[in-house]
Design a protein around this ligand. Structure first.
Ligand code: UDP
Length: 478
């Protein structure tokens, strides 16, 4: 490996994630995996997220031990108090394109990231959902690797956009339970309502749908946060379109597996943008084994007050114990007013605990937790799978609608209650998962956890694919 200055240097990977927690976490884990192989990494982060990571986590300490790692914080162009959840996430995309990308490009040129006397050239750019990236990479002859941070099924549904269009399966007409025929490999179980939520449009030229298709069907090398046992057949379909794929997931377990091999600390690597309330672990310690359902809808889901109340009634009526994460900014119309939360906390005391943000992986690993009522974000889904926790899926948007179908119909490790929000349905689903079909779901989930963990251990498919990815990047050095 030689650079312009003639020194031997490792590859230099430039990573730029979309700045939400669900993207930041897997991208930081990827950066960490590169650091373990002594790669140099420059990680572009929004200054807003950088400040919050500093405030709420130890993840920056974890990276401080790698001299070849550098965070570069750039503004995302939005004031700190700008809402960043729900549909407002689109505003971040527009703002990044307007404010962050020009600054990023300037930095690349002025600081010689692209070659020059002062520093080594970047070996490749890894991004997840940045529309400027393919053109930028081409312009500068920079190899591009797309990290698909959602499920492979989600990506595959985008690659099938032309087929869906040609078969006139989109825009949807009629019954949402109708099976979809144009997403090969998923014909037997994928219904219209399971396709990613942005497919629910009247006009296929809808800018959000078109934007997602454009950003996520890049034909350069792709990294997937999935594994053979979860989505092998779907990845095989994508391979017909993208010749170079590295399925290295679940990445949060791959990093732990490799840190453990090196006898390094795995407890400080999780990124979080909110303070974790550790008191819930003490509360869980006092509950019987597998008796608690953990309820969390991730970092960007929004709910109406009515929906919160349906869940609350459903949970209370199920008579099961529950630990429920409710971000204060997640209730629509509740702006700064914690009254709903206070009322819920007061009336849930007997059976439940409400917190604003939890140490989720610790919670899912806790012996008292027997189920997860989730929005089916891909990270939450993978964290649930690796801990052998069955799920009730209440997807909110994007990939979550397809992930939840995999959970219920392919892996059969949970129930999917999408497109409903009714206290009776919730009560019945919770009883089913935690009582009636408890043993069946736990057994399947435990088996799945074993397989998936094996894939990220030495000799497993994801572990081997990670080695291949490292070799591939080394081969890109010029
Ligand atoms: N998470 C957490 N504490 C919580 C709720 C969520 O640490 O109380 C983490 C969770 O472990 C996961 C991430 O937030 O890693 C959520 O990502 P996901 O892809 O599931 O959903 P998103 O927030 O992107 O919708």
């Amino acid at each position: 490996m030689r650079c312009e200055q003639g020194q031997d240097l490792p590859p230099h990977v430039l990573i730029m994630p979309y700045p939400s927690l669900g993207h930041l976490n897997p991208m930081l884990n990827l950066a960490h995996l590169f650091c373990l192989s002594d790669f140099h990494v420059t990680f572009i982060i929004s200054d807003f997220n950088h400040r919050r990571l500093l405030e709420h986590t130890t993840v920056l300490d974890a990276f401080a031990r790698y001299p070849g790692f550098e965070f570069r914080a750039l503004p995302d162009g939005l004031p700190d108090d700008h809402p960043r959840a729900g549909e407002r996430t689109m505003e971040i995309i527009f703002s990044i394109e307007k404010v962050t990308v020009p600054l990023f490009k300037k930095m690349m040129v002025h600081e010689n990231f692209l070659g020059g006397a002062a520093r080594r050239r970047v070996t490749c750019l890894v991004t997840d959902a940045m529309s400027f990236a393919p053109e930028f990479a081409r312009e500068h002859q920079l190899p591009l690797i797309l990290f698909q941070t959602g499920s492979a099924a989600y990506s595959w549904s985008h690659f099938c956009f032309p087929q869906l269009l040609q078969a006139q399966e989109i825009p949807f007409r009629g019954e949402m339970d109708e099976l979809v025929k144009s997403v090969s490999g998923m014909e037997g179980f994928l219904r219209r309502r399971d396709l990613p939520s942005h497919y629910r449009v009247d006009d296929v030229n809808d800018p959000i749908l078109q934007g997602v298709i454009e950003r996520l069907t890049v034909k350069e090398a792709n990294i997937f946060n999935t594994c053979e046992d979860l989505e092998g057949p779907i990845v095989a379909e994508i391979l017909k379109h993208v010749p170079r794929i590295f399925s290295i997931g679940p990445i949060h377990e791959q990093i732990k597996s490799r840190l453990t091999e090196k006898k390094a600390d795995v407890s400080i690597i999780k990124a979080n943008l909110w303070a974790e309330d550790q008191s819930c672990i003490e509360w869980l310690d006092a509950q019987p084994p597998k008796s608690v359902i953990y309820v969390s809808f991730g970092s960007i889901t929004l709910m109406t007050r009515e929906q919160v109340l349906e869940f609350w009634h459903g949970l209370l009526n199920s008579s099961q114990r529950f630990l429920w994460v409710i971000r204060p900014d997640s209730i629509i119309g509740n702006e700064g007013n914690d009254q709903v939360l206070e009322e819920l906390m007061e009336s849930s005391k007997e059976k439940g605990l409400l917190v604003e943000w939890a140490p989720q992986e610790k919670v899912l690993n806790h012996p008292a937790v027997g189920g997860f009522l989730t929005h089916s974000g891909w990270n939450s889904t993978l964290e649930s799978i690796t801990t052998g926790t069955p799920m009730i899926c209440w997807p909110y948007f994007a990939d979550q609608t397809i992930n939840s179908r995999l959970v219920s119909e392919v892996w059969k490790i949970g129930l999917d209650i999408k497109d409903t929000c009714d206290r009776l349905i919730i009560e019945n689903a919770v009883r089913d998962l935690m009582e009636v079909r408890k043993e069946e779901f736990l057994k399947k989930a435990k088996n799945m956890a074993k397989l998936v963990k094996k894939s990220v251990s030495k000799g497993g498919s994801s572990y081997t694919n990670m080695d291949d990815l490292l070799q591939f990047i080394k081969s890109l050095i010029i």
